[in-house]
Design a binder for this molecule. Structure first.
Ligand code: PBE
Length: 267
């Protein structure tokens, strides 16, 4: 048996994602709260993170990642969230739809669709899994819209049709937001709008809506994860409320690792 502690087995490294993600700020806070001063949080992207996770998982090697739900990785792999007794990651929260000021007057139909957009974590996961398995995100969105026509009808109910008007949707390349943005984009297209999906970083996503260069996003994790961005721009944004309830953030590890709590990283 090895006397290595967890830190030694992973080089005191937590595999993170893009630096603009609220999850990275929350992890920095957790590292302070749990006094993990020997540890480093590695920046990258969610694609790089899941690639490293896959590699470690296949070799049954230890790895600690920054995770969130909904995400396909919890479907594909046996993973667990490390307990967070200090509550560094906050409680479960919701994903909000946010539009620019004046959008309701500019595109009332699209505004109404976005306002009525609401689905469940299991819906989002369906789309994410298809994309992860290799389906083009647009195709996965079309497939979901086709097989959930009742939901789509509810979102578009009473909404004026577009006549080719362009709607700019901003999003970050997080798997959850790739899924949601493609689905709402598909629905808006079917409703007569020309959608321009712009992939940006987290800061510019909020800034773009605030300065009016973008119309809408379905990717605001509130009240905690994107609190900084939201506070900064809240007077320039219109918050349409939750489009999905029940998210989670935290450090995650494969089930085969013998640790259960963030506290265990100190040993
Ligand atoms: N995430 C996914 C984002 C919000 C959506 C949890 C990686 C973040 O941390 O900002």
């Amino acid at each position: 048996a090895s006397s290595d502690n967890v830190g030694d087995t992973v080089n005191y490294e937590i595999t993170g994602i893009d630096p603009g993600a609220g999850l990275m700020k929350a992890t920095e806070k957790a590292m302070k709260d749990y006094k993990l001063s020997d540890w480093t949080l590695k920046e990258g992207s969610s694609t790089a993170m899941t690639a490293e996770l896959q590699k470690a998982y296949e070799d049954k090697e230890p790895i600690i990642i920054t995770g969130w739900t909904p995400h396909w990785m919890y479907q594909k792999y046996d993973l667990k969230y490390l307990e967070d007794p200090k509550g560094s990651y906050g409680k479960g929260e919701n994903i909000h739809t946010v539009v620019k000021r004046g959008f309701e007057e500019e595109a009332p139909g699209a505004y109404k669709v976005l306002d009525q957009f609401h689905w469940k974590p299991s819906d989002m996961e369906e789309v994410m899994v298809d994309i992860q398995e290799g389906m083009d995100p647009k195709e996965a969105a079309k497939k979901w819209a086709k097989s959930h026509s009742k939901a789509v009808q509810q979102w578009t109910k009473g909404a004026e049709k577009g006549n080719g008007q362009e709607i700019v949707l901003v999003y970050v390349a997080w798997e959850s937001e790739i899924a949601s943005t493609n689905v709402i984009s598909e629905v808006l297209k079917q409703h007569g709008y020309a959608v321009n999906m712009k992939q940006v970083e987290a800061g510019p996503m909020f800034a773009g809506i605030a300065d009016g260069s973008a119309d809408a996003m379905v990717a605001a994790w509130l009240p905690t994860t994107h609190a900084d961005y939201f506070e900064r721009y809240k007077n320039e944004l219109v918050d349409l409320g939750a489009n999905l309830e029940g998210t989670k953030l935290g450090l995650s590890v494969p089930e085969y690792m013998q640790i259960d709590s963030i506290e265990d990283l100190k040993k």
